[in-house]
Every structure is written in structure tokens, then in C-alpha cells.
Design a protein around this ligand. Structure first.
Ligand code: SAM
Ligand code: DTB
Ligand code: SF4
Length: 319
């Protein structure tokens, strides 16, 4: 008999809010129990990020260092040359990363750069790594070409609840995002889709984001939960920090709603204690970004993460 929690796509908002409101120990016990039905609890997948095109983005995402709408100290860069991307991917592979995620500060990929992006997918894949790209909105043709090039994952986040979304981004709609997610699925590419916690949203908004993700036609294979990294010069540079235990609760609810997905403890680990991260792993997070940089901000030092893994008895996941 199969005792696994069944996958649901019909979550109601009040049911999700009720999970958030459980006593902390009950919530974490439930999340860890679900986690153990689908995963080895002592294994965490490791991805490494590279910004392949930095800054000057026309979108106005209020959290982002790369938006041209805000005055942030950041050097803009054109698309990186292929050989530089490959040497970074090789370093990441040597350090134990199984997935290489490439991010570009675009609204959508420009035609002139697209052939080079496809080349990056093919050549990083040839190194024996999984590939992930996050390039903004895609049309059908672009999604198809990325799929043909062998792209494993496409990252495109919903970021927050539909209700709060307009407070954070005005230059593209929630539906634009959902459309891109549908095109990625149609092209046979796996989805990496999550959001950000700590934007000044309410608990209801956090429940609303997770409801959207869990009620997609298929759960995203990878669900990054970012904690806002506050960047000087952006409209959210002084927003109140999210309580660490509320962040852990968000991870736990994501795990319960999407039992089969990899839940990534994504941006924001530099600002978290080891104890908070340990609770996130207990709550069901089983993927991290590894390496000193995210896209434009810092990530914990690699030797710090090695010590953390070893003190928790966690092993990196192999492909
Ligand atoms: N430009 C593309 C897009 O937004 O579709 C891809 C890159 S964008 C930087 C990828 C994701 O990183 C965003 O959707 C957001 O969820 C996350 N992110 C960006 N800046 C962040 C910050 N300061 N703190 C936490 N997460 C952030
Ligand atoms: C995701 O959800 N988080 C990553 C990845 N997808 C591309 C990006 C985090 C960015 C953090 C801020 C920065 O370094 O610029
Ligand atoms: Fe541009 Fe992506 Fe940053 Fe939004 S999150 S401003 S789309 S780089």
C-alpha cells in the first residue's frame, strides 16, 4: 500500500492559513513527516548561480539591485563571453554543484543575444551538469529553442501573492508571469518557481503565494523561497525584517503543499544564523545556492557551508 501524501492542486486559502497558524512544533513535525515520505532527510541539493548579464533592467521590481529604475551602486555588464561562463561552471562542478543556474537582468531575452544563450545551455550541459536559466519572460519560440537546446530548468518566480504583487512590480503583470510558466511547461522544461518573503507582505500574502504555486497544473519541480536581501537604493532597502521563525514556517508550509518538489532555501542565508538554517532543513528545505555569490549580492562562504553541513550530518545530493 502506498502511504505517501497525495499531491493536491485544490488548496483553499483558509486551509493554508490554518497550517501557518499551527503550533510551531506541530507544523514542523508535519512538514518533516511529509519530507521523509519523498526524500532522504539528510541530503541537500547544491546549485551554483552566475549572473551572465548584470544590471540595467527595464523592470521596476522594488527589491532588485538590477532595476534601472533605482540608484544602486552596481556595475552594469553585457552578456558574459561563453568561455567565462564555462570556466565558472567548471569551478562550480569541482566544488560539488550539480546544477548551474544562469541569470540575466532582462525583461525578456533580446534576439541578438539568444543564440549565445543557447550555446551556453548546450556547453554547460556537456560538462555533465544540470542547467537552469532565468532570463525574464519568454515567447513560445524562445521556450521551444531552450527546450531543444536541452535546458533542464527555467526559473521564473511569482514572487508574492496576486493581491500584494502590484505593490512590488508594475511593469509586468501576474498573468504575464503565469503565461511564461505555461510556455516553459509546453516546451518540456522543468519549472523552478517560487518567491520572496520579507517584502513587507502579510502572512495572508505568503499563504497566497504558496496557494498559487501549489495550485499550478503541476507543482514546480523546484521551489525557491528567497528571504529579501535588502539592497541600498531600492525602495525596499529599509523594510522591516521578517521574523526568522515566520520564514521557517513558510518553508514548512511549502513542503507540506508540494511534497515532491525540491524546496530551495534560496537568497538571504548570509543574514541567517546556522540555527535558523538548520530549522529550515528540518522544515523540509533540501536545496541551496552554494558559492560566495548569488547574482549581485553575497552568499555564505563555501567553507562555512561545509562546516554547517558537517555539523548537521548533511550530505550533498549527487545527480
Ligand atoms: N530578470 C529575470 C526575472 O526577474 O524574471 C531573472 C533574474 S531575477 C534576479 C530572479 C529572481 O531573483 C527574482 O524573481 C526574485 O525572486 C529574486 N530576487 C531578486 N532580487 C532579490 C533580492 N534582493 N532578494 C531576494 N530575492 C531576490
Ligand atoms: C531565485 O529564486 N533566487 C535567485 C535565482 N532564483 C535566480 C536569485 C537571488 C538573487 C538575490 C539578489 C542578488 O544577488 O542580486
Ligand atoms: Fe529585472 Fe529580474 Fe531584477 Fe525584476 S528581478 S528588475 S526583471 S533583473
Amino acid at each position: 500500500m502506498n502511504n505517501k501524501t497525495t499531491l493536491r492542486h485544490d488548496w483553499q486559502r483558509d486551509q493554508i492559513e490554518a497550517l501557518f497558524e499551527l503550533p510551531f512544533n506541530d507544523l514542523l513535525f508535519k512538514a518533516q513527516s511529509v519530507h521523509r515520505q519523498y526524500f532522504d532527510p539528510n541530503t541537500v541539493q547544491i546549485s551554483t548561480l552566475l549572473s551572465i548579464k548584470t544590471g540595467g533592467c527595464p523592470e521596476d521590481c522594488a527589491y532588485c539591485s538590477q532595476s534601472a529604475h533605482y540608484k544602486v551602486e552596481l556595475e552594469r555588464e553585457k552578456l558574459l563571453p561563453l568561455d567565462q561562463v564555462l570556466s565558472e561552471a567548471q569551478k562550480a562542478r569541482a566544488n560539488g554543484a550539480t546544477r548551474f543556474c544562469m541569470g540575466a537582468a532582462w525583461r525578456s531575452p533580446p534576439g541578438r543575444d539568444f543564440p549565445q544563450v543557447l550555446e551556453m545551455v548546450e556547453q554547460v550541459k556537456a560538462l555533465g551538469m544540470e542547467t537552469c536559466m532565468t532570463l525574464g519572460m519568454l515567447d513560445d519560440e524562445q521556450a521551444g529553442l531552450l527546450g531543444d537546446a536541452g535546458l533542464d530548468y527555467y526559473n521564473h518566480n511569482l514572487d508574492t501573492s496576486p493581491d500584494f504583487y502590484g505593490d512590488i512590480i508594475t511593469t509586468r503583470t501576474y498573468d504575464d508571469r503565469l503565461d511564461t510558466l505555461g510556455r516553459v511547461r509546453d516546451a518540456g522544461i522543468k519549472l523552478c518557481c517560487g518567491g520572496i518573503v520579507g517584502l513587507g507582505e502579510s502572512r495572508q500574502d505568503r499563504a497566497g503565494l504558496l496557494q498559487q504555486l501549489a495550485n499550478l497544473p503541476e507543482h514546480p519541480e523546484s521551489v525557491p523561497i528567497n528571504m529579501l536581501v535588502k539592497v541600498e537604493g531600492t525602495p525596499l532597502s529599509n523594510v522591516a525584517s521578517i521574523d526568522a521563525l515566520e520564514f521557517v514556517r513558510t518553508i514548512a508550509v511549502a513542503r507540506i503543499l508540494m511534497p515532491e518538489s525540491m524546496v530551495r532555501l534560496s537568497a538571504g542565508r548570509t543574514e541567517m544564523s546556522d540555527e535558523t538554517q538548520a530549522l529550515c532543513f528540518f522544515a523540509g528545505a533540501n536545496s541551496i545556492f552554494y558559492g560566495e555569490h548569488l547574482l549581485t549580492t553575497d552568499n555564505p562562504a563555501a567553507n562555512h557551508d561545509q562546516l554547517l553541513f558537517s555539523s548537521l550530518g548533511i550530505e550533498p545530493m549527487s545527480l
